[in-house]
Ligand binder design. Structure first.
Ligand SMILES: NC(=O)C1=CN([C@@H]2O[C@H](COP(=O)(O)OP(=O)(O)OC[C@H]3O[C@@H](n4cnc5c(N)ncnc54)[C@H](O)[C@@H]3O)[C@@H](O)[C@H]2O)C=CC1
Ligand SMILES: O=C([O-])CC(=O)C(=O)O
Length: 358
């Protein structure tokens, strides 16, 4: 009899927890679903995705839910997180999933996080540059970073929202203003440029892309995306035509997708893959694994610019070592000068956006 009553109470509790809620205010149902599953959670890191209901956010949520290094996954957006959270939470992997909806829940979404991934913001349509997104996305990134400074100032931040060449500077300024800036922990995500470079170079060489490693430096827009084909692994040589073709295709890979999607958005699936790969490297670094190296747009002394993408070594503290460019050929030296010129303006635009509001 005793055992019977106990079982009934457990079921009643579970039913109460699982009652669906689409409340914009509290989102209690979604949170409670997380709570009641939390007991079985695996050890690991706590990760939040901001913009989790979007084209990148949803497949990224799926990929982070299957990452064995993740124990808690917080999904935040200004729309649709209850549905995405309910959906992803049914995957029988270790991470406990909790959803958060709207600005009022931002702080709860961020509290205690080890890693925050930000794909929030509007994507391009054909004919637009990434810089055309600045007007809307600058404010979104500012608000989200203010939340991070308040709720999880020690978290590693993976910034995806475009224009990355400016939004990383915006994030840094917000953190500086809040007194929480740690340059090692702010990482602009340029992994998709590397994925594209590996793919396109492998096509030209006729090899498996998994065997190719192309360093891509500079930034994340047009000419600021600078693939270093002279440093490709395995060592390979390219004709002048191949170099021009590959450089152009890598620099315009994003536009290739924007045009193919014809007004319905930009890269989402390949970006979610790239973001998940980069986040996994950050978590491996946090765990203390040695020799984890990725390209990323970070606070840097490699050039005269305050931010620049090169290979970085990821560790417990974030980007613990920022690698130099290595030897460049003449073609790359010319490309570097062009990249730096454009990057300087984009970075300054991000800095001014925050400083001029003071
Ligand atoms: N770094 C990179 O390599 C790449 C960057 N991107 C950029 O990623 C961003 C997102 O792209 P998509 O997912 O395709 O766009 P999307 O429009 O499909 O999704 C964006 C999500 O952000 C949410 N959002 C808007 N304001 C928000 C706020 N204040 N707080 C939280 N969430 C908010 C929206 O509700 C939406 O769910 C764009 O800026 C895009 O240009 C895209 C591809 C590659
Ligand atoms: O091209 C865009 O607007 C999205 C993006 O950054 C990319 O796909 O590399």
């Amino acid at each position: 009899m005793e055992a019977h009553v106990g079982a009934n109470q457990r079921i009643a509790r579970l039913v109460a927890h699982l009652r669906p809620s689409n409340s914009q205010e509290g989102g209690d149902g979604v949170l409670e679903r997380g709570e009641c599953r939390a007991k079985g959670g695996a050890p690991g890191f706590k990760v939040a995705i901001l913009g989790a209901a979007g084209g990148i956010g949803q497949p990224l949520a799926l990929l982070m839910k299957i990452n064995p290094l993740v124990s808690v996954l917080h999904l935040y957006d200004v729309v649709n997180t209850p549905g995405v959270t309910a959906d992803v939470s049914h995957m029988d992997t270790g991470a406990v999933v909790r959803g958060f909806l709207g600005q009022a829940q931002l702080e709860s979404a961020l509290t205690g996080m080890d890693l925050v991934i930000i794909p929030a913001g509007v994507p391009r349509k054909p004919g637009m540059t990434r810089d055309d997104l600045f007007k809307i996305n600058a404010g979104i990134v500012k608000t989200l970073c203010e939340g991070i400074a308040k709720a999880c100032p020690n978290a590693i931040v993976n910034l995806i929202s475009n224009p990355v060449n400016s939004t990383v500077a915006i994030a840094a300024e917000v953190f500086k203003k809040a007194g929480t800036y740690d340059p090692k922990k702010l990482l602009g995500v340029t992994t998709l440029d590397v994925a594209r470079a590996n793919t396109f170079v492998a096509e030209v060489l006729g090899v498996d892309p998994r065997e190719v490693d192309v360093p891509v430096v500079g930034g994340h827009a047009g000419v600021t995306i600078l693939p270093l084909l002279s440093q490709v692994k395995p060592p390979s040589s390219f004709t002048a035509e191949e170099t021009a073709y590959l450089t152009d295709r890598i620099q315009n890979g994003g536009t290739e997708v924007v045009e193919a999607k014809a007004g319905t958005g930009s890269a989402t699936l390949s970006m979610a893959y790239a973001a998940a790969k980069f986040a996994n490297s950050c978590l491996r670094g946090l765990k203390g694994e040695a020799g984890v190296v990725e390209c990323s747009f970070v606070d840097s002394q490699v050039t005269e610019l305050p931010f620049f993408a090169t290979k970085v070594r990821l560790g417990r503290a974030g980007a613990e070592e920022v690698y130099q460019l290595g030897p460049l050929n003449e073609y790359e030296r010319i490309g570097l000068e062009k990249a730096k010129k454009e990057l300087a303006g984009s970075i300054q635009k991000g800095i001014d956006f925050i400083r001029n509001q003071a």
